[in-house]
Ligand binder design. Sequence first.
Ligand SMILES: Cc1ncc(C[n+]2csc(CCOP(=O)(O)OP(=O)(O)O)c2C)c(N)n1
Length: 976
Amino acid sequence: MSNAANPDTRAITELYGRFLASPEGLDPEWRRFFGDLDDEAAALLRGLNGGAPDATTVAAGVAGDVRRATLDSIRALMLIRAYRVRGHLEANLDPLGLKPIEPHPELDPRTYGFGEADMERPIFINNVLGLETATLRQIMQAVRETYCGTIGVEYMHIQDPAQKAWIQERIEAIHNQTQFTVEGKRAILERLTTAEAFEQFLNKKYTGTKRFGLDGGETMIPALEQILKRGGQLGLKEVVVGMPHRGRLNVLANFMGKPYTAIFSEFQGGAAHPEDVGGSGDVKYHLGTSSDREFDGNTVHLSLTANPSHLEAVNPVVVGKVRAKQAQRGDTDRTQVMALLMHGDAAFAGQGLVPETLDLSELKGYRIGGTIHFVVNNQIGFTTNPVNSRSGPYCSDVAKIIQAPIFHVNGDDPEAVVHVARIATEFRQTFRKDVVIDMFCYRRFGHNEGDEPAFTQPLMYKAIAKHPTARKIYANRLVAEGTLTEAEAETLVTQRQEMLEADFEAAKAYKPNKADWLEGAWSGLDRVRGYDARRGKTDVPLETLKRVGAALAKVPEGFNLNRKIARQLEAKHEMIETGEGIDWATGEALAYGTLLTEGHPVRLSGQDCNRGTFSQRHASLIDQLDETRYVPLNHIEKGQAEIEIIDSPLSELAVLGFEYGFSLAEPRALVLWEAQFGDFVNGAQVIIDQFIAGGESKWLRMSGLVMLLPHGYEGQGPEHSSARPERFLQLCGEDNIQVANCTTPANYFHALRRQLHREFRKPLIVMTPKSLLRHKRCVSKLEMFGPDSTFHRVMYCDELPSDPKEAKQVVLCTGKVYYDLLEEREKRGVTDVHFLRLEQLYPFPADALAAELKPYRHCDLIWCQEEPRNMGAWSFVNSFIEEIAEEAGCEKPRPRYAGRPSAASPATGLHARHVREQAALIDDALTLGKTALKRIAARKVALEEKTQGKPHGRTGDKSEAKPVGRVKGKSKTAAE
Ligand SMILES: Cc1ncc(C[n+]2csc(CCOP(=O)(O)OP(=O)(O)O)c2C)c(N)n1
């Protein structure tokens, strides 16, 4: 709209007339401009002309007063609209006022042809801004109060007319200001004083100790209070809070109600939990807590989620927790439980998890009815200025991807901050949608209390040193307007200080008396004790299995099933009826279905997981004529629990975080996340390292989350082969997680059911198959799911050798390679090599393996894997195997390695090479002793010659295995 800066008013009227008559003929920018004006302009014209807007009247311009009035009204509306869109650019947001506010031409009345002379002329604006008819001066005052005061509102990007209109009405009629009562103002000052006194007290008592103080952003505390108060009035019963380091102690003390004595005790080196609880603990500014707060008779339960240092990583976890809690409460309209997330400005703009989590907000499988985001925008990130932190003007711009309204507000105006907190809460409760409060403030000290900020921001810190605190500014304002006396304001401060002193003394004797875990939804559960088989009772009566199986193969009358799916269902039916050949997907469905009949909800989310990446699951059946969905597992029997299978957005980090959060709040549901291919799991690494692996130890929070990671070397190249089991195994310690690689549908079934059939919860990471999904040998009989069946951590081969004495070599392995070994052994007629499968890699099944090895003490031991030597389980298992073999009395306890040589990339992209490598590693595993070593050495030489001395292929093995002969044997079937 290049000519909008200096418009000819007549031309605008004509343009508008043309727009009404035939908008297509207009330049698109003008079309959009008038289009946005349309409703109000039409109403206004109706008001002026006493009837419908008439294109010809406007275009031709009736003579005299009406024409001029019309023109004024339209121009005034254009001006008002410009303020709605861009007023925030001239708002007084920065308490430090470091940068001059640049006037924006679209906010200048001259841009619309108004001059000084027009200031006092009445203009009809038809109740816009609560004004029927107003002078330009009055209009300017109203728009500047509403849009350029200490609040800048961004909402014109919202496409939903109802949401946009709601905000407009909510702020324009009152010129975006709440008239607080004397009581309200005192309450705000009291909260501010509490926040400030706390930080100052800590600063005095623990000078230089890291606390990531809220100093400069204290106004957040009265704002949070308002969110709870207004939320409680609007039906809120529970808030799950997530926040970073900044101001966390203040929030714990002055919002969550954690006793000062407990916090001081932690500063004095005391533990957060009683000592006998165990765990590694965490620094105080990462800890969570929960409490009940009461306002006007409404009790709101608060829980602050523990989080790692990784900024924003807690976001999806909080959101997932809220979803679970909503389900527990039956909060179907999602107004009882809410997420409240606090952010730093640099982190909100910079971390990719922020948009990933925002993206979940409106999706059926993940929505929670909106999060309130509160950004403590202290205009700095550690030592980095905003200009180096983001490309957009605001740190909050990312929230526009979900069209959230954004309220920028000056943190030195506590009434404005509390006012927007109230509006944001109302908006969330009304539209059940995310909303952002971006509170501009400053950081009074360095990034932490030991830092010198003047090294990097000398000018900013000169300004801060001279700047009075928000409490002081507000107290002065209230004194000036006569709300309270200076002495009263000071009394508030001294009262707080005395209280803090008393608690400081009391803290010396403070001892935490209990750890807040295994409460609420977790009561009845216990922590794990001992390293036994931990099977749980996972077997299921045959009739239940058949009932579930029958439901799996049934569709409603008249359902138009895809022909290929129909054949699959017939096959399923056959499996259940005959009790033979139950495949992986059916085994999995039986696990879900039987849990559902026992009342355990199941929730599986991941990319395309309804169908399954390998077209194996088909959990939802799609009618071929109208695309309606039918989920057989939800139609087993009356009173069963429900399964939710959700095709996730293309995110690993946010979705895994969400499911982990869900599992924290709901121990009685089976919660699973599935990777498209296991390779992609590293996109979620922060959730794995910081939450799943360490959460229980750091924060005493258990999780029964299951991660399904398709894994296996099938010639699909570097990115579709490995779920990087080595990464998970490296994380294993202190009994934190379980890592499994099951080889039979029945064992997988028991592993899943076991998650809910023990008194504790542990995350389970399963390397799941790809080709085995359809492998004729990878099937189980129904009886393996039935009475007295169980999970096996170690499984031995059910055929050869018939007598352990006849064996010469034991090949240990995990996962799919077992079937490759089996087939090759068969093909070669080898009868003296015994196989042992580790179905669970961690906790390492030491007792079971020792028992299995005992009869084979005379044998050579081999570890066979498909992954390169520096990957897979080898580095993890080899010392375990050796120790156990030694203890079991094995003659040659050191296992020999049979697998791919170390490599930079997990797998080759060349299929022929994959086949060659795979054949070689199987050959290595099946070949005995010296012969094997000779062959390996020969291959190494050949390769080196080929690559002109560059060690590019296999590098051989240094095992000291001895040659052994071969024997014949018969079959045997049992496991562990
Ligand atoms: C993911 C991640 N990267 C880096 C850091 C190190 N770090 C801690 S605080 C901080 C600055 C954060 O700035 P901002 O988000 O504006 O919050 P503020 O500290 O200013 O309140 C950084 C870079 C971190 N904690 N997390």
